[in-house]
Design a binder for this molecule. Structure first.
Ligand SMILES: CC(C)(COP(=O)(O)OP(=O)(O)OC[C@H]1O[C@@H](n2cnc3c(N)ncnc32)[C@H](O)[C@@H]1OP(=O)(O)O)[C@@H](O)C(=O)NCCC(=O)NCCS
Length: 177
């Protein structure tokens, strides 16, 4: 790696999820959700036509990986013809409020648009105010409500909003001109 390419503190690097990332991704998912998805759940989603995943990595001085980059967040999406869906997004608790989810969401929208989608849909629990704020910031609008959509591990059922964003001309990825 050239000196110029060394990661900097605060930098958020986004890369495609490959087969060697499945274990890391399942650990990240478990770190973000009470009912985390297994490695095989994730492998199944990514193997569906149009499925893709992104992982966000941040420089962590104490991390022993050769490049010092730690996986801190992820997004999993699917593109079907001219529509796409954000299936899951999460950032580890200690790495939140640094723009990681925003970077992942923007990269997902650009990638889905490049794959032919004109719109992105998602579901978000009605009590997940943090995620709703994130999505609104990226121009997602509420287009419906699904009653009792999520079944929480404690047995509660929670409704979800369906949100939609147009992908016509999404902003370019951070760092790209
Ligand atoms: C929702 C989540 C992905 C946000 O991750 P993050 O990396 O902290 O988000 P970012 O730092 O990129 O924030 C981008 C914007 O989202 C909104 N936002 C993020 N966290 C927020 C919070 N706790 N309260 C209110 N708004 C919030 C803000 O508008 C923020 O912009 P700002 O920092 O300029 O105010 C993270 O809290 C998470 O992983 N939660 C658990 C998993 C989850 O709920 N996933 C979504 C399922 S639908």
């Amino acid at each position: 790696m050239a000196l110029m390419d060394l990661p900097r503190p605060g930098q958020i690097a986004v890369k495609n999820i490959g087969p060697f990332d499945l274990g890391r991704l399942a650990r990240l998912h478990r770190g973000c959700f009470e009912d985390g998805w297994s490695r095989s759940d994730i492998a199944h989603l990514l193997s569906l036509p149009g499925g893709f995943g992104l992982i966000a990595r941040c420089f962590d001085r104490g991390f022993s990986a050769i490049d010092g980059l730690r996986g801190v967040g992820f997004a999993i999406c699917r593109v079907v013809r001219d529509e796409s869906e954000l299936l899951s997004i999460g950032v580890l608790q200690s790495w939140r409020h640094r723009g990681v989810a925003g970077t992942l969401l923007e990269a997902s929208m650009v990638r889905a648009h490049q794959a032919g989608a004109d719109a992105m849909f998602l579901e978000v629990a009605v009590d997940n105010v943090a995620a709703q704020s994130l999505y609104e910031r990226y121009n997602f609008k509420r287009v419906g409500t699904r009653l009792d959509y999520y079944h929480r591990p404690d047995g509660r059922k929670i409704s979800a909003y369906t949100m939609k964003a147009s992908l016509h001309g999404p902003r370019s990825l951070p760092g790209q001109s």
